[in-house]
Design a protein around this ligand. Structure first.
Ligand code: 13P
Ligand code: SF4
Length: 305
């Protein structure tokens, strides 16, 4: 399968971009592995003709918006996200319309329709920086992740109206279990993704996007890392620090519950199917691309400057 994928990639000038939450075998055949912002940036600069985005659908849609002339595929078209589901476009529009002078900051984990109604997109790696740059005379609306919104508000001191959605994987993690783990491993450092609840984040030594968590591991020298996020990132963490112990914070005794059920829909077979049968191509209208591009490019401009 891996050999066939490699050959088909070459034949079609295709690249595979994988999110860190993909299964290890997918991360290992990818041309690039990154968090949602790094994947968007990589997609913006590639000269491949086809992009297989091994992640969830909103990530593939973002890659398509940035590359309207390339073919973009997602291994499983049902790879959704609980945050996308939390913000249906009609409800979202009504919410925006209920404010005067709104400035809509939307997490990249959202539908293309919701992005079209937004002023700027953010990811967990740049939300704090971007929100601190927004003119203060605006009513800032932040959607759809409440935990990330609360975290950004705390870090920036900027007041925001926050939509009540969450990532079901991170939201289920519990502060009490972290306190128990810290009692067992008193010298451990605690790290978490900002989609976790505030009481979890308050216990952490470091909070950051998937890339930042990995960089923290690479740049520190602890024997034990208590990690509050999705399972997939442990693959790269263990590669970076083979002698360290990584203790995943789980909602119960079954660590499978930290697997994002959407991310884990993707398989090598489905990637092969993308390449051989051109299945699950992302198709967006010109109007969708043009409008969503404004808020996505504004993210890149704010994040890079
Ligand atoms: P990152 O921006 O850290 O990749 O997060 C995306 C995501 O879906 C986390 O659950
Ligand atoms: Fe969405 Fe959470 Fe899965 Fe990330 S881990 S894709 S935020 S459901």
């Amino acid at each position: 399968m891996k050999k066939n994928i490699k050959e088909l990639k070459k034949e079609n000038n295709a690249i595979i971009l994988a999110h860190y939450y993909q299964m290890p075998e997918i991360q290992d055949i990818a041309d690039y592995v990154g968090d949602s912002y790094a994947l968007a940036k990589y997609a913006q600069n590639t000269d491949a003709d086809w992009i297989i985005l091994a992640g969830v659908k909103f990530m593939a849609e973002t890659a398509k918006v940035l590359n309207p002339n390339k073919r973009v595929f997602v291994p499983d078209i049902n790879a959704g996200c609980s945050l996308v589901d939390a913000a249906p476009v009609d409800k979202f529009k009504k919410w925006i319309d209920s404010f005067e002078n709104p400035f809509v900051v939307t997490y990249i984990n959202s539908s293309i329709e919701v992005k079209m109604l937004s002023d700027v997109i953010v990811t967990s790696s740049n939300a704090v920086k971007i929100v601190s740059k927004i003119p203060k005379d605006k009513t800032i609306l932040f959607a759809p992740d409440k935990n990330l919104g609360d975290y950004v508000m705390k870090k920036t001191g900027v007041n925001m109206q926050i939509w009540d959605g969450n990532c079901y994987v991170h939201n289920q993690l519990d502060a009490k279990r972290i306190i128990n783990l810290k009692n067992i491993y008193p010298d451990a450092t605690i790290i978490a993704h900002p989609e976790c609840k505030t009481d979890v984040l308050d216990l952490c030594d470091f909070v950051g996007s998937t890339n930042s968590l990995l960089n923290y591991v690479k740049n520190t020298n602890y024997n034990v890392y208590i990690v509050a996020t999705e399972t997939g990132i442990l693959h790269q963490m263990k590669k970076a620090k083979p002698n360290a112990d990584f203790i995943l914070v789980t909602p119960d005794d079954n660590s499978k519950h930290n697997d994002c059920k959407y991310m884990k829909l993707n398989t090598l077979e489905k990637i092969y199917d993308n390449l051989i049968n051109q299945t699950n191509e992302i198709l967006l209208s010109e109007a969708q691309i043009e409008r969503a591009k404004i808020s996505i490019l504004r993210m890149i401009e704010f994040a890079e400057n």
